[in-house]
Ligand binder design. Structure first.
Ligand code: PMV
Length: 328
């Protein structure tokens, strides 16, 4: 009744931005991401008859409140699926520095889903696991796979056809991602709240949704052809469109800081000087830069020398879920 799983976080090149069903976490558009080897979560789940409630430890600290409630809510889905009503001890270790601006929820819920289903005795396919993971955190459903993955929004209102599928495996293309960590901290609008406000109030939201199918088709061609310019241009434009929807919301908001814009301009200057690089930004101020291995030294140096940049963390394409064999 115990198992351990490791999952990596992912960065979306075509963003998930907007829900059509908040409870089931059903998106308004397909999204596509790269799984990253630089950032992961390892989670151990033990179902124990003697427990009277779930207990959750994150990086060796006992966690209560909203974060623990989300874990229990997810475990309830797993218990319902298995028909076994036993509480669990969950121990997670995050190697996703919160400051790196990656949603640790992606690797966190993917690892939790994999470990808990294995521990309870369910033997799920990747598709079933991705569908379940989606209900913990939307973007996490893509972290089941290594390489590039696409979350298909599905059409059905029960969510049965909303899950991620692999696009190409990790070894297809050695593309790299630099996570540019900014020193300034600001009060963040959560992705959940940001999406909700955008869907409900931004007149740009309709245009965003309508633009997705063409972006998705072109970027998949670019990935298959390993066409860095094509993939980079689409990813950057897709990110800018997502962020434009927030400026049209009521009240308007943005995730960007002044340094965010400075990093974006540096990426553009790198391109103008012959070094191919493109940026993408999630629901926060930090910037992720796509580049090719042969330019790693120049990319790191240029990004590190920007005033207001605290750190630059480099990552390769990562693998999907792995189990770290301690099951009974
Ligand atoms: O799954 P969430 O709630 O962490 O939302 C993620 C939303 C973005 O990171 C902005 C885009 C994405 O597709 O990952």
């Amino acid at each position: 009744m115990k198992a351990t799983a490791k999952a990596h976080t992912n960065i979306a090149l075509i963003k998930y931005w907007g829900k059509r069903n908040e409870e089931l976490i059903l998106p308004t558009n397909n999204s596509l991401s790269i799984t990253l080897d630089g950032f992961h979560t390892i989670t151990n789940v033990s179902f124990k008859e003697e427990l009277t409630n779930d207990v959750f430890y994150l990086n060796d600290s006992f966690v209560q409140g909203e974060q623990a409630d989300r874990v229990t809510k997810f475990l309830n889905l797993v218990r319902d699926l298995a028909g076994r009503y036993v509480f669990a001890e969950v121990k997670s270790v995050n190697a996703v520095p919160t400051a790196a601006g990656f949603a640790s929820s992606a690797s966190g819920f993917a690892a939790l889903a994999a470990a808990s289903t294995k521990a309870v005795g369910l033997n799920l396919s990747d598709e079933q696991l991705s569908r379940l993971t989606r209900q913990g955190s939307g973007s996490a459903c893509r972290s089941i796979y290594g390489g590039f993955a696409e979350w298909q929004k599905g059409e059905k209102e029960d969510g049965s056809d909303s899950f991620a599928v692999p696009v190409v495996a990790k070894d297809h293309w050695d593309i790299r991602v630099a996570a540019v960590v900014l020193s300034s901290k600001m009060k963040k609008v959560s992705s959940r709240a940001g999406m909700k406000r955008t869907v409900e109030t931004s007149p740009f939201f309709k245009g965003w949704v309508e633009s997705i199918p063409a972006d998705l088709q072109s970027i998949k061609e670019g990935i298959l052809e390993r066409d860095f310019t094509k993939v980079g241009e689409i990813a950057e434009a897709n990110c800018l469109k997502m962020h434009a929807t927030t400026l049209g919301a009521s009240p308007p908001f943005t995730y960007w800081l002044d340094t965010t814009v400075t990093v974006m301009q540096t990426v553009k200057q790198l391109r103008d000087s012959g070094i191919p690089a493109y940026f993408t930004i999630d629901a926060g101020p930090n910037v992720k830069v796509l580049y090719l291995p042969e330019y790693e030294v120049q990319i790191k140096q240029a990004l590190q020398s920007i005033q207001g940049v605290a750190d630059v963390k480099l990552s390769r394409v990562g693998q999907g879920i792995t189990y770290l064999g301690d099951e009974d």
